[in-house]
Write a protein that binds this ligand. Structure first.
Ligand code: ATP
Length: 218
């Protein structure tokens, strides 16, 4: 019997696009996720800012998920933000555990680019104390891991068994076989500035919102 597995999917979502949504929908089928919470991050004033405001990023998330019941939005990184620094994922996971306890199964979803970049995350080796990590493939990012520490860590914790994710509250890394979607928020913004169509990359309601609000110079 599988026990419910909740998943969080963090990002800037400036804007949210099909490269976020479609791999995660496929992942949900692959590992039997009943629910995914999108977790928009907080960007402190001294960091490079997203082009859209926090409110606009949230509006686009709400529009994007309106046709996908799998998703909801978890605003804790924005509401619990400390103005001088970004929210660290490990602290977000601790906050989730405080709210839901240590028994529930929790997964955190990242793309392959984030996996390769993980050693730069604060306290990254402790992430598995709080959650499983689910990794979606992303075109252009190698599946080969060169960082020795990351390689070792993966070897110690990676599983190919979906049961491990459902039978344990945390502790495993699962690299999924999700479809490759060659879409990035940076490229979408560049295309908009060059007056190129982006319909294929975003849910229609998000594309309409961008145009109505002349976001990214639309
Ligand atoms: P940028 O293009 O500016 O880097 P992004 O869309 O990659 O933007 P985020 O919104 O922060 O940036 O991404 C959130 C998460 O989604 C990250 O874990 C990232 O790896 C993952 N992700 C983004 N695009 C894709 C994609 N096309 N395929 C798989 N994962 C993706």
């Amino acid at each position: 019997m599988s026990i419910e597995l909740t998943a969080l999917f963090g990002g800037t979502f400036d804007p949210i696009h099909y490269g976020h949504l479609l791999p995660v929908i496929a992942l949900a089928k692959e590992v039997n996720l009943t629910h995914v919470s999108l977790l928009p991050n907080y960007i402190p004033p001294h960091k490079p800012q997203p082009v859209a405001t926090t409110e606009q990023r949230l509006d686009m998330l709400r529009l994007a998920i309106s046709d996908y019941p799998l998703f909801s939005i978890d605003c804790r990184e924005i509401t619990q933000a400390k103005s001088e620094r970004p929210s660290f994922t490990i602290e977000t996971l601790q906050s989730w555990r405080q709210e839901h306890g240590n028994e529930k199964n929790l997964a955190f979803i990242i793309g392959q680019d984030s996996l390769l970049n993980l050693p730069s995350w604060y306290n990254w080796q402790k992430l598995l104390d709080y959650c499983h990590l689910l990794v979606c493939q992303r075109p252009g990012y190698s599946q080969q891991i060169n960082d020795p520490q990351l390689k070792q860590w993966l070897k110690a914790h990676q599983t190919e068994s979906v049961d491990d994710l459902h039978q344990n509250p945390n502790g495993f890394i699962y690299v999924a076989h999700t479809p490759l979607k060659n879409i990035s928020a940076t490229e979408i913004k560049q295309r908009i500035q060059h007056r190129q169509d982006c319909q294929a990359f975003l849910p229609p309601k998000v594309w309409q919102y961008i145009q109505n609000h002349h976001l990214y110079n639309a």
